[in-house]
Design a protein around this ligand. Structure first.
Ligand code: XMP
Ligand code: MG
Length: 180
């Protein structure tokens, strides 16, 4: 897999440090609130497990799977709920954990959906933020790193379901997705 990577953006050590920082922020802010922390499948799974373990406070965890992709590197904008959470979020403090906020369409869908179910508060923790591509008004409250407008993979992020298990985050060589 390493051979397909043009450059490493964030090393394992840098990711670990970011997770500690964000986990402690969540710990401080949600002390005594028993939040529902919702990880967005599949990209945020590694990040989710790392930040919740860095936050020493009571919390409930759940996962949601949404899709706006059809295999390529562009979001289709048509977001669909694939697998729902099983937690009733009505009256609860919710933290959405995302891998990346790109156009913001996925996040907007999640915010609208959970708001409509009566969540008391909703905040968003995203490992990566790609503000250059935002098309709708949705933002993360806690951010690991701001990334340039390049397609990134690793630490949960995929291209065509590959590279999620890379331990670092890198930019894929353009020939990998232009040759396919
Ligand atoms: P939107 O555009 O809805 O996209 O904010 C959010 C989702 O799209 C995926 N995404 C990426 N996945 N490398 C990836 O592997 C990227 O550079 C990238 N940009 C967007 C991701 O699943 C995210 O949740
Ligand atoms: Mg995602």
């Amino acid at each position: 897999m390493d051979n397909d990577i043009l450059k490493v953006l964030y090393s394992q050590a840098e990711i670990k440090a970011a997770c500690q920082r964000l986990g402690k922020q969540i710990q401080t802010e949600y002390q005594d609130k028993f939040p529902v922390v919702v990880g967005v499948l599949k990209g945020a799974t590694f990040f989710m497990t790392d930040i919740v373990r860095a936050a020493d406070t009571y919390m409930q965890i759940d996962f949601i799977d949404v899709s706006s992709y059809h295999g390529g590197t562009e979001s289709s904008g048509d977001v669909q709920l694939i697998t729902d959470i099983t937690t009733d979020v009505s009256g609860r403090d919710v933290v959405i954990v995302e891998d990346i906020v790109d156009t913001g369409q996925t996040l907007k869908f999640l915010l609208d959906t959970l708001k409509a179910r009566g969540a008391k508060t909703i905040k968003v923790c995203s490992l990566l933020d790609k503000p250059a591509r935002r098309t709708v008004d949705a933002h993360a409250d806690y951010i690991g790193f701001e990334v340039p407008n390049e397609f990134v993979v690793g630490y949960g992020l995929d291209y065509d379901e590959k590279y999620r298990n890379l331990p670092y985050i890198g930019v894929l060589k353009p020939e990998i997705y232009t040759n396919n």
